[in-house]
Design a protein around this ligand. Structure first.
Ligand code: HEM
Length: 163
């Protein structure tokens, strides 16, 4: 896909928008590894009821993004598998609010579009020249570390020249 769409040395914004499969890969990665889950906490400003739960003013409420992102009722029996194809029918195909790596609502991550663009741009430049190949030091599954944001403990990969 990248070879077909990005034929010039420079990669444009329009070309990035055409990289649909790469977008599915990025989304699927953010589903399986949501890296900033503590960021979408909220403080209740006025006592209210959410479903069966009474929430008092001042209480901090946090959604468990990890559980949501692996919920088989939303994603299907293959929720544990890395499957970019599941995004082919668009995001609206899933339960709204089931995918929240950037939070949701008026305070949703203001950098979301920039983050998508950066990830796609960087990956396209690398993948045009190299294949990622696992080596003896590659950690599988990834061991995540961190609290407010998480990242893999190590990411050892070999870059194999595609020429
Ligand atoms: C993959 C990358 C990123 C992830 C997963 C991420 C995730 C998040 C999450 C979960 C929130 C909380 C949203 C909520 O409360 O509903 C947030 C907020 C925020 N993010 Fe990001 N973010 C990313 C990249 C960025 C970038 C690149 C920028 C800026 C250049 C940025 C700036 C912000 C700011 C300013 C807020 C606070 C927004 C507000 O409270 O109105 N983020 N982000």
């Amino acid at each position: 896909e990248i070879d077909r769409v990005c034929s010039d040395p420079e990669i444009t914004f329009d070309q990035l928008s055409q990289l649909k499969y790469l977008e599915y890969v990025v989304k699927e990665t953010l589903r399986m590894y949501p890296l900033a889950t503590l960021a979408n906490a909220r403080r209740c400003m006025r006592a209210t009821k959410i479903g069966d739960y009474q929430v008092e003013e001042g209480v901090e409420v946090m959604c468990d993004t990890w559980t949501l992102h692996y919920d088989k009722k939303i994603w299907g029996e293959d929720a544990e598998e890395f499957k970019p194809e599941r995004w082919e029918n668009g995001e609206d195909h899933f339960y709204k609010g089931g995918f929240i790596p950037f939070g949701l609502g008026p305070r949703q991550c203001v950098g979301m579009r920039l983050a998508y663009m950066e990830e796609k741009l960087l990956l396209s430049h690398i993948l045009r020249k190299y294949d990622f190949v696992p080596g003896p030091k590659t950690q599988t599954p990834l061991k995540l570390v961190g609290m407010r944001t998480t990242q893999p403990e190590s990411v050892w990969m070999h870059l194999k020249n595609r020429d």
